[in-house]
Write a protein that binds this ligand. Structure first.
Ligand code: ATP
Length: 299
């Protein structure tokens, strides 16, 4: 469906994106991650045909992206762009019309979506009187009023409370079931981990990690062991292969350089009393991200 192939973008002499490639298929939620200035917005703008790549190719169903195709893309931008003096209905009619949808269809979809987001009573209310969370719902509705085939969500959960995060999440999963291809961008690794099966991490325009979340986690050599037992931090630190040990009351978290060292830790633990927890797990995406990005910056 969406194919980004060997894409590079320069602004004058400044290279913002360097030779990135990825595909997003129907019904897939793809994570595009990176710290500030990594090149995410530049990539989204190239997908939306607002910027031309310096080299490389972006296609949607094997065709170069043009206005017909951008009508089928939804984009929730990080910078919110509501026309706050309009009412909700006026705003959505405006966005829907820009995507070449008839007014009848816009109004029908609007009623359904307002109900889905539990804000039907705000249809004729001016946007500048709505709370931040409700404005975010309107922004989201604007992005999906065209029932997009490809949906770009840049920090969709920013400013939302936990209840609304769950609501947005369920809407995103419904869109996935309807075969929408989704690009999800966020600084919050737990959100990415919750939604994305595949991802790409950009640092200064370069790809530092890509692939399936499961494979990224499996392939990352460092593992974590959680222990609850009557043991000594010093002794744990002296075991071969143990890298770092953190203590919190009688709980310990330690990092080993490779899964093969878990046996050394287990051999030590099994001789101890009061062991109520011993668990080996992969690192969280956040830990992998920090480790990768930190290394990249030479930390
Ligand atoms: P953020 O999370 O902060 O929005 P980002 O990942 O979206 O960051 P981009 O906005 O794509 O990153 O920027 C990538 C790089 O390109 C940055 O170094 C930025 O300063 C630079 N850049 C972005 N737009 C321009 C421009 N119009 N002219 C020159 N440089 C630019």
């Amino acid at each position: 469906m969406l194919s980004v192939k060997n894409v590079t973008k320069y602004y004058g002499d400044k290279r913002a994106v360097n030779n990135i490639s990825f595909d997003v298929k129907e019904g897939e939620i793809f994570g595009l991650l990176g710290v500030n200035g990594a090149g995410k917005t530049t990539t989204f703008r190239m997908i939306m045909n607002l910027l031309e790549p310096t080299s490389g190719k972006i296609t949607f169903n094997n065709k170069k992206i043009d206005y017909d195709i951008t009508d089928k893309i939804g984009f929730l931008t990080e910078e919110r762009s509501l026309l706050t003096k309009l009412t909700v209905k006026e705003q959505i009619i405006y966005y829907g019309t820009l995507k070449s949808i008839s007014k009848d269809i816009i109004l029908k979809r609007l009623d359904e979506l307002l109900e889905r987001f539990n804000i039907s009573e705000y249809k004729d209310v001016k946007i500048n009187t709505l709370s931040k969370g409700n404005q975010q719902k309107i922004q989201f509705i604007s992005a999906i009023i065209n029932e997009p085939k490809l949906l770009i969500l840049d920090e969709p959960f920013s400013g939302l409370d936990p209840i609304n995060i769950e609501l947005f999440k369920s809407v995103i999963l419904d869109l996935q079931k309807k075969k929408t291809a989704i690009i999800f961008s966020s600084h919050r690794m737990d959100h990415v981990e919750m939604l994305c099966e595949k991802l790409l991490i950009l640092v200064k325009g370069e790809t530092v990690l890509e692939g399936s979340l499961k494979k990224i986690k499996d392939d990352f050599k460092v593992k974590k062991i959680s222990i609850k037992a009557d043991v000594s931090k010093k002794e744990l630190e002296s075991i071969k292969g143990v890298n770092k040990v953190y203590k919190d009351n009688d709980s310990f978290t330690l990092y080993i350089d490779d899964i093969k060292y878990s046996k050394n830790v287990f051999d030590y633990i099994k001789k101890k009393d009061n062991v109520s927890k011993y668990e080996v797990s992969p690192l969280s995406l956040e830990e992998i991200f920090i480790s990768k990005v930190g290394t990249f910056y030479g930390k």
